[in-house]
Design a protein around this ligand. Structure first.
Ligand code: BEZ
Ligand code: FE
Length: 301
């Protein structure tokens, strides 16, 4: 009689796990063992068929092949499956725990969210009050606020590296190589921790849908949109940096961001004003918005 295949299937997970026993890197062993256990459990739970596993392999292959210097489909996959925000959230919880243990705590550190695929290192360093949205599609918006630490102390010379899509929801990187950097810059706080600059009010937009992740989103029956947001990476020497967004409180899709990146503490009003004199004295001949946000950084250990 042919031997039953059952014991071999049950034995397989343990057999793979045993191959990690000699691994010296304890964390690597912990992570890879969990990968194997969960992957095997998934295959058994859905009783995966060979053609389905082959389709999955072809999908992962296409995700890799879609990556280039300008495009990171692996991050997009992680973002749309909620893994990126899970990792961000776990780190945030660790930071919050540290912050709450500080008897001098006055402000919680600003919440982080996904970095997304459109960060471009080395944007221009501009002086306070510069306009990075001039001549580009979108309604003008004046951004201001402060960067301080969790004790309420102003941080001078903190860097705010900001970037966003334009008023049509399109990033410079998506407009083709010849366009160069747009709607992104680095600003530094003054000696009272204040920052200010002009840009546009960001609108909602779909994530790149012309690749395998787009096919997956369509197949899942999900919408592809992110609510409007401006990205900010805020950092200063001796402080823990934060990569985050600000979301206009009237944006569509705040409750169904395709990458799960919205945090209530990052949703703020963009107040609309008629033409006239803006808070920095600039005379505006068309309607504009103002958005204010105070960032808080934790001290590095
Ligand atoms: C974005 O913020 O632009 C973004 C973030 C995650 C995935 C796709 C786009
Ligand atoms: Fe974005």
């Amino acid at each position: 009689m042919a031997p039953s295949t059952e014991p071999q299937i049950d034995e397989l997970t343990a057999a793979v796990l045993r191959t990690f026993e000699g691994n010296a890197d304890a964390r690597y062993k912990e992570i890879m063992s969990a990968v194997v256990r969960h992957l095997h459990a998934l295959v058994k739970e859905v009783d995966l068929k060979p053609e389905e596993w082959m389709a999955a392999i072809q999908f992962i292959t296409r995700v890799g092949q879609t990556c280039s210097a300008q495009r990171q489909e692996c991050i997009l996959l992680s973002d749309t499956l909620g893994v990126s925000m899970l990792v961000v959230g776990l780190e945030q919880a660790r930071r919050s725990k540290q912050a709450l243990a500080d008897p001098a705590l006055r402000e919680m550190p600003t919440e982080a969210t996904v970095q997304g695929p459109f960060y471009w290192e080395g944007s221009p360093v501009l002086s306070a009050g510069s306009d990075i949205g001039q001549g580009l599609p979108g309604e003008p918006a004046y951004y201001s606020g402060t960067v301080s630490d969790t004790h309420g102390q102003a941080i001078a010379n903190a860097c705010l590296d900001v970037w966003s899509g334009d008023g049509e929801g399109v990033y410079d990187m998506q407009r083709g190589g010849e366009v160069g950097m747009r709607l992104r810059a680095r600003f530094h706080t003054d000696d009272q921790g204040r920052y200010r600059f002009w840009s546009i009010k960001p609108t909602y937009y779909p994530i790149p849908m012309d690749g395998p992740v787009g096919d997956m989103i369509n197949k899942m029956g999900r919408h592809p949109n992110r609510p409007g947001h401006i990205h900010a990476m805020v950092y200063a020497e001796c402080y823990v940096p934060v990569t985050t967004h600000l979301f206009p409180s009237d944006s569509p899709f705040l409750d169904s961001d395709v990458v799960f990146g919205v945090r209530n503490s990052l949703v703020v009003p963009w107040e609309k004003h008629p033409p006239g004199t803006a808070p920095d004295g600039r005379v505006m001949d068309r309607a504009y918005h103002t958005a204010r946000y105070d960032f808080h950084l934790a001290r590095a250990a």
